[in-house]
Design a protein. Sequence first.
Length: 183
Amino acid sequence: MKQNDSFDIPNTFKRGKFSMRKQRGFSLIELLIVVAIILIIAAIAIPNLLRARMAANESSAVAAVRTLNTAEVTYNSTYPTVGYAATLVALGPSAAVPCAASSTNACLIDGVLASGTKSGFKYNGTAAGGPPTTTYFWAATPVTLNQTGTRSFCAYEDAVVRVQPTGAAIAAENTCQGLSPLQ
């Protein structure tokens, strides 16, 4: 009797070699490793993305405050009997197309900024004195502190943009005067 007659050796163990069956797809371990790597990359990238977005919002707020300074000087020069504009609406566009400038809607800033909220910041301010008004003050404050921005900005008649590093609201011109200029 031959050695293999009573017992048939499976093909996988013939000649001392162990051969694996062909697998299709990925194993569970391989998929878990890939998911873990993706989560690690996301954990690194998302905070940087949020910081970049806050920095962009703050840059937009500084540019808007500078725009408000320029608009106030232009408004004061264009309407000397009125002085400085007391509201964003007075600096903003009129309903007419094309914009018809007047002392109530001077068409000096865009409609989004005139609405009071732009790029994650709220804009508020006032003009005083006169008539004609002789002072103005504008402030930009994050809508949601530490999400849309971490600092507040302001300016008054000297047209220097100043910064509140805590992001707190800047309620009055004398508060703005006590802040450091933006570097």
